[in-house]
Design a protein around this ligand. Structure first.
Ligand code: ATP
Length: 292
């Protein structure tokens, strides 16, 4: 659950400051990507954990409202994972993530069956690394295509990178993980470990690398951006929905940039993501979103 506080400036240690606004809303990369994929037409099962507080029901209801199967969403005693987001008047934000229930490490027999029955397993780094490694290895063994968004990025991920058939970092994450200082070298370096590497570049689109070489650059769709929150999660959700539908990677990339371009024209996270119809309409028109 995202807890968003707006305040004039950062508080000094020991200071009490009046904020100007507070809101809560479903968030997290897993939830966002699940909703993006479901809206884009995929059949999605969510494996995750919530606590026993009031946030848990809201998150569950949100996923169900978008048609995501939550049989694999387990409840563990205690708090649900939160992100405390502080936005100051100068537009800067700070984020503190408290994993709480997300730290749960269980990967049950039912979870294994869910993964083995899927075409794709999509994971992010908001769950424990050891759990993700077990899940990715299980998917690999079952012939399921693995998709990893390495965010929030951190060091020591080599084992996970080796288990990713499709790796989708943004530019900053790609550079951090590879130790390179430009997106192209980073994509090349990461593609020596993962299968297909897709580095998203914001309004510059995305780079695709495979086997140590850049193989494609996909331009972004022009859009009048009002809020880029969840652009990356929309990109991943739509990409996977298209791949799961048996479409080619090239088609999936076109759909992903079209879907993400719609998301940036609207405020908010999951609520700004497009439906399948909207993506299809955008793909049918040469300049799809925003009247640029
Ligand atoms: P976020 O954290 O905001 O979800 P991100 O950093 O993970 O985003 P980005 O690389 O910023 O990911 O954006 C993902 C994709 O969204 C891009 O590859 C692009 O296709 C699309 N996109 C982002 N910003 C714009 C924009 N201003 N106009 C059009 N498309 C955009």
């Amino acid at each position: 659950m995202d807890l968003v506080v707006r305040q004039p400036r950062r508080a000094e240690p020991g200071e009490t400051l009046f904020g100007t606004d507070f809101s809560t809303g479903p968030g997290g990369k897993g939830l966002n990507q699940a909703i993006a994929a479901a809206r884009a037409g995929a059949s999605v099962r969510f494996i995750g954990a919530v606590g026993t507080d009031a946030f848990a029901e809201r998150l569950r209801d949100r996923l169900v409202a978008d048609g995501v199967d939550v049989e694999g969403l387990r409840t563990v005693p205690g708090a649900t994972g939160i992100a405390q987001i502080t936005v100051t008047d100068d537009g800067q934000n700070t984020i503190v993530v408290v994993p709480a229930a997300n730290a749960d490490r269980a990967f049950s027999v039912d979870d294994r069956a869910t993964v083995a029955a899927a075409s794709h397993l999509v994971v992010q780094l908001e769950r424990p690394i050891e759990l993700l490694e077990v899940a990715l290895r299980h998917a690999r063994d079952a012939g399921v295509t693995t998709v990893l968004t390495p965010a929030p990025a951190r060091a020591g991920l080599d084992a996970l990178l080796d288990l990713a058939d499709v790796l989708v970092p943004n530019e900053g994450e790609a550079m951090m993980l590879s130790g390179r200082d430009d997106a192209e070298s980073a994509a090349i370096e990461l593609s020596r470990r993962a299968g297909t590497v897709i580095v998203t570049l914001g309004e510059r689109g995305a780079l695709v690398a495979r086997g140590g070489a850049v193989v494609r650059h996909v331009g972004a769709r022009p859009a009048r951006a009002v809020d880029t929150t969840a652009a990356g999660d929309t990109f991943v959700g739509v990409l996977v929905a298209w791949l799961a539908d048996g479409r080619s990677l090239d088609d999936a990339l076109e759909a992903a940039v079209a879907g993400a371009a719609i998301t940036v024209t609207r405020a908010g996270a999951a609520e700004s993501m497009p439906s399948r119809d909207e993506i299809d309409r955008a793909l049918a028109s040469p300049v799809a979103t925003g009247d640029v």
